[in-house]
Design a protein around this ligand. Structure first.
Ligand code: SF4
Ligand code: SF4
Ligand code: SF4
Length: 189
């Protein structure tokens, strides 16, 4: 492999690993919260991202006014694509951050330049409604690094999750409260 390509890949790996740490910290921040609410052996609801088809029901069927389901980003899987199919409309007018070019209905994905030709995509969970549009877009042509998870800092862990009843792909499952998230690419227990 030419030296310049090696350099490019190692810099990209560095960026990827650095940002991945931030992503995991984000999820890790709610682990303590789950631990204080639950006892050993307790279970909580979670989405198996390997089964979710991004049907949109997570946005409409949660008992909370704004769904407890949010998009999360596994940066280690992301290609940092300039043309991100999870971010852009199928036929964008231009590859820029104009609202008319974005797939997300709430503008919850922030796009920022890293270095030529890489761009970073970060989810603003306050704005995310869990509609899954970006998940479908990313899976269609990208690496599938965007996926949905129930955020346990907002979920009230209903006995029967209203979304699980309507989920068409059987993606909802009870998981051990000590490991309340399933990262894309990991097996759900
Ligand atoms: S497209 Fe939907 S799931 Fe993705 S970030 Fe926007 S609101 Fe969240
Ligand atoms: S358990 Fe309840 S609060 Fe949590 S995602 Fe399901 S419906 Fe929403
Ligand atoms: S209802 Fe099921 S398939 Fe639809 S977006 Fe939610 S987890 Fe995915």
């Amino acid at each position: 492999m030419p030296e310049k390509d090696k350099d490019k890949i190692s810099r990209r790996d560095f960026i990827s690993n650095t940002i991945r740490g931030v992503c995991l910290l984000g999820l890790g921040g709610t682990l303590g919260l789950v631990a204080t609410r639950t006892q050993a052996g307790d279970t909580v609801w979670q989405i198996d991202p390997n089964k979710c088809i991004g049907c949109g029901r997570c946005a409409d069927h949660c008992v909370l006014e704004i769904s407890a389901v949010k998009c999360v980003h596994n940066f280690a899987m992301c290609g940092y694509c300039k043309l991100c199919t999870g971010y852009f409309e199928p036929q964008p007018n231009a590859l820029n951050t104009g609202a008319e070019n974005q797939l997300c209905p709430t503008g919850a994905i922030r796009r920022s330049f890293v270095e030529h030709p890489y761009y970073e995509y970060e989810i603003d969970e306050e704005l995310c409604v869990g509609c899954g549009k970006c998940v479908v877009g990313c899976n269609a042509f990208g690496n599938g690094s965007l996926f949905l998870q129930i955020r346990h800092d907002v979920c009230v862990n209903c006995n029967e999750c209203a979304i699980s009843v309507v989920c068409p792909s059987g993606a909802f499952k009870r998981v051990n409260a000590s490991k309340p998230y399933i990262l894309k690419g990991e097996e759900g227990e």
